[in-house]
Design a protein around this ligand. Structure first.
Ligand code: SF4
Length: 329
């Protein structure tokens, strides 16, 4: 029977799941994930986590509980830096310790420290360390990682075409057809940037399926993932100091890119209650919007009690306001 590696379906799942899934399965393991986010998963996480943790961290605990009896190992990498420059939010750094010290009876946690500020060799060392749980053959590990990188590249191409992370995973796994967003572009009368951390905007439950709801309202949606690294880096000069944290940096630069491009009608910043870095991100996006007369900006804050009706009402009001303004203009 193959070893089962458990990956909670939240946080870095929405960024790196295809990479790790391909890597582990190539090495003969079975990858299992927790169920989709649901009210019981959120409630279980809230019950176990300290009050002042942000919603995504509470959710991670809920997903870990859901998964704990289904896996032989948990894979919770200690993500520090993958671009050698920016750092993940401190909650990511302490995630394996938080989970281990909060929840009981968990399987063994594989928590490799991923800090590529130490140079290119570090990646090889980390990959070997992770793979050696399943085999001591370095060639096999190298070959599995090479295939995983190619698979991950396909995932990122799907994101850049406009698929959400969930859709992209479904396309890769053969559960969904690839969408042709270019053909739908002409039919949509508004274009809106939805910016926020991947585990907030792509989790259908947490985000109340916001991206699909906007598409259903005939809106073209753009995200940070649809931009290249070069397009994001080109915004650096507008910042007195770049945001320190990886996802915060991406969100701010994506916002500035879309403001500069001038082709969006509005920008929605989706944030989680209790997120420290987002106080600064929200402010920077808001300041950017203030200098753009014709781009509207709203912040939607998600917390553990967020109901679908409240978010949908605000979304619809925002869209109605944009259409009315366009009509008047
Ligand atoms: S960036 Fe914000 S939402 Fe994400 S883990 Fe850190 S504090 Fe929580």
């Amino acid at each position: 029977m193959s070893v089962k590696i458990g990956i909670p379906k939240t946080l870095s799942y929405y960024v790196y799941y295809p990479l790790w899934k391909k890597f582990f399965t190539e090495l003969g393991a079975e990858v299992v994930v927790s169920d989709n986010t649901s009210r019981p998963i959120i409630d279980a996480g809230v019950k176990e986590t300290v009050n002042d943790a942000c919603v995504p961290i509470k959710l991670f605990h809920g997903h870990s509980l859901d998964l704990k009896d289904k896996a032989d190992y948990f894979f919770i990498p200690r993500l520090v830096s993958v671009d050698g420059e920016h750092i993940y939010c401190p909650k990511f750094l302490g995630l394996p310790d938080m989970v281990k010290n909060t929840l009981k009876d968990l399987p063994e946690i594989l928590a490799p420290r991923i800090d590529l500020r130490k140079g290119k060799l570090e990646l090889i060392k980390v990959v070997y360390k992770i793979g050696s749980v399943l085999t001591k053959n370095p060639l096999k590990i190298y070959s599995a990682f090479k295939k995983a990188k190619a698979y991950f590249k396909r995932f990122n191409s799907l994101l850049s075409e406009g698929h959400t992370a969930v859709e992209a995973i479904d396309v890769l796994e053969g559960n969904e057809e690839r969408k042709d967003f270019d053909s739908q572009e002409q039919e949509r009368d508004l274009k809106i940037a939805v910016l926020g951390y991947p585990y907030i905007i792509y989790d259908p439950y947490v985000s109340v399926n916001m991206i699909q709801k906007l598409r259903d309202l005939n809106v073209e949606v753009v995200t940070a993932d649809m931009l290249t690294d070069e397009e994001l880096t080109a915004q650096s000069h507008k910042l007195f100091k770049e945001p320190f944290w990886t996802f915060s940096d991406q969100v701010v630069k994506a916002g500035y890119h879309y403001y500069q491009e001038g082709e969006i009608d509005g920008l929605i910043h989706v944030t989680a209650f209790g997120c420290g870095p987002d106080f600064m991100v929200g402010k920077l996006l808001n300041l950017g919007a203030e200098v753009e007369d014709d781009i509207s900006f709203i912040t939607l804050t998600i917390d553990e009690h967020t109901g679908e009706a409240g978010i949908v009402t605000r979304l619809e009001a925002f869209i109605d306001m944009l259409r009315l303004r366009r009509k008047r203009a």
